[in-house]
Design a protein around this ligand. Structure first.
Ligand code: HEC
Length: 155
């Protein structure tokens, strides 16, 4: 009868200790200063906080870097969107007197393609798709060049 009690008490203590020591994660140390660890050392705790800083700070700055990159790409895409709409909406009379009707259609098509790429670039930036942004920038450049090839051949 008595040994049963001790077994029960013993397992209660083991579970209790397990719960207490499983709280020993470095992330919680700053927020839970009252948790008693098996090893208690002011010197070690300072080292642990330094470790925490070294391990977790670069991750934070990595995220911040993504935000900056995103903002940069968004500004670029936004400007491209605005300018490509202006290019597309230029009236035929503002484009000089050399354009035949089907030239004007071709001009519009090139401008639309630039606008499409600008919109896609904007979407990619909004969704942090950085690997695809570089590729989309190549498409933007191709849409600039395709119009130039058609309408700047005399240069
Ligand atoms: C829809 C057609 C079209 C698209 C798209 C287009 N361009 Fe042009 N671009 C022209 C034409 C036409 C000229 C020549 C205008 C002139 O000489 O009066 C020109 C001229 C230029 C010039 C020379 C300006 C100067 O001062 O002589 C630059 C630089 C240029 N484009 C850059 C770009 C870039 C960068 C893009 C893409 C982001 C682009 N263009 C997209 C039609 C286009």
């Amino acid at each position: 009868m008595q040994s049963k009690f001790f077994y029960g008490f013993g397992s209660f203590i083991s579970v209790f200790l397990l719960v207490v020591f499983s709280g020993c994660s470095p992330r919680e140390q700053n927020t839970k200063p009252l948790v008693k660890h098996m090893i208690q050392s002011q010197k070690l705790r300072l080292l642990m906080r330094e470790l925490d800083l070294v391990v977790y700070e670069p991750q934070k700055s990595e995220l911040e870097r993504d935000e900056i990159r995103k903002r940069y790409a968004l500004t670029l895409a936004d400007t491209l969107k605005r300018l490509s709409v202006e290019v597309e909406n230029m009236s035929k009379s503002d484009l000089g007197s050399n354009l035949a009707a089907n030239d004007f259609d071709a001009y519009k098509k090139h401008a639309k393609l630039l606008n499409k790429n600008a919109n896609e670039l904007y979407e990619l930036a909004q969704n942090y798709k950085f690997e695809l942004i570089d590729k989309k920038m190549q498409d933007v450049k191709i849409s600039c060049d395709s119009c130039h090839n058609h309408f700047r051949q005399n240069l």
